[in-house]
Design a protein around this ligand. Structure first.
Ligand code: ATP
Ligand code: MG
Ligand code: MG
Ligand code: MG
Length: 339
């Protein structure tokens, strides 16, 4: 019997377009002799689009408004063996859709409510990983109301971290809303942008030197494995949205040219982080490696990483001998596994 899979894509976050790109790749890679796949695109307004509009959105890379409210369709998801919530960012990667699917009793690919929610929030992630003894940059939290009523206390926190620093919405991805702030005078603009996207904003110290950016893929549930380590190289000041998604701006190096010792340390830390955050299925764990000092700092954990055929996560496992189609098949198996 073929497994019936519901593939969710799009979604309400700033990473809607990125998700549609990932979904197109997964849709064509799930082996049709094993799976019967139904894609449903979720519009930016959170509505689940009917089949013809879904098809059109996948082709054009843009979803129209309209469709059913998400809760109306949750019940109809019951006809599926598993759901692949290929959604990035809030309202998709953050435990909300995972909660809906858990209530509906349908197995799904990736982390559950807890792992998704904690990993999506950069502040919660830092707190959990700190308690697990994992090295990270210094950071501080600011909430919107505090910034509105006592901006000077937030400015002091920023000054204590030192400039340049990074300002990020706590719950987002693809570098949406992230600024590198060189001087105190530029803090306000960065905070305004980040608070337009989230109630919670994280301020992060920068590493002492421009770090090398290395990433590792994790695959599995309670006995996860780590991929080889990959490295991203680019010319920009940091790995921003444009650099991420403009063809030819960044290059991927797999395996990353690192000593065997450092690569092993990265894989071990990534597996520890995956367990500490109660992740499941898959995650891409991003690190900063400061060559000058030998420092290795965990930056973040992405529970639904970019998933086109040329994205880092699938490329990392391809290097480990698992091709794209075998990888997505494995992810569905992990979703159906008794835990
Ligand atoms: P993703 O698309 O991987 O989910 P994201 O939106 O969650 O990305 P981050 O990975 O936290 O964002 O940051 C984006 C980029 O900004 C990093 O890849 C790096 O280039 C730069 N960056 C972020 N934080 C720091 C930092 N503390 N020090 C130096 N560079 C940083
Ligand atoms: Mg991220
Ligand atoms: Mg992400
Ligand atoms: Mg990242």
């Amino acid at each position: 019997m073929k497994k019936r899979i519901l593939l969710l894509a799009g979604g309400q976050s700033g990473e809607h377009e990125v998700s549609l790109m990932s979904a197109r790749s997964v849709l064509s890679a799930l082996p049709r002799d094993q799976f019967d796949v139904t894609p449903v695109v979720i519009s930016k307004q959170g509505r689940w689009l009917p089949p013809t509009e879904t098809q059109r959105a996948l082709e054009s890379g843009e979803a129209p408004t309209g469709g059913d409210l998400v809760l109306h369709r949750a019940a109809s998801a019951e006809g599926y063996d598993a759901v692949f919530p290929l959604l990035h960012g809030p309202m998709g990667e953050d435990g909300t859709v995972q909660g809906l699917l858990t209530l509906a009793g349908i197995p799904f690919v990736g982390s559950g409510v807890l792992g998704s929610a904690v990993s999506m929030d950069k502040v919660m992630t830092k707190q959990v990983l700190a308690s697990a003894g994992i090295p990270q940059v210094a950071w501080a939290l600011a909430v919107r109301r505090e910034w509105q009523t006592q901006p000077d206390t937030v400015r002091e926190r920023a000054a204590a971290l030192g400039y340049p620093l990074f300002v990020k919405p706590a719950n987002l991805g693809s570098s949406v809303g992230i600024s590198k702030v060189a001087r105190p005078e530029d803090l306000d603009g960065a905070m305004t942008l980040a608070f337009s996207l989230d109630r919670r904003v994280i301020l992060e110290a920068m590493t002492a030197h421009k770090p090398r950016e290395v990433e590792v893929g994790i695959l599995g549930n309670d006995a996860p494995i780590a991929s080889p380590v990959g490295e991203l190289r680019f010319d920009a000041d940091f790995y921003d949205y444009e650099t991420k998604y403009t063809e030819g701006r960044a290059s991927m190096h797999i395996p990353a040219p690192l000593s065997a010792e450092v690569a092993e340390q990265i894989r071990t830390l990534a597996l520890r982080a995956f367990r500490a955050l109660d992740c499941a299925g898959l995650a891409r764990v991003d690190f900063f490696y400061v060559e000058e000092t030998g420092e290795l700092l965990l930056n973040e954990v992405n529970t639904m990483p970019g998933f086109t055929t040329t994205s880092m996560y699938p490329k990392l496992f391809e290097a480990a001998g698992l091709n794209y189609s075998a990888l997505v098949t494995r992810l569905v198996e992990l979703a159906l596994e008794d835990r």
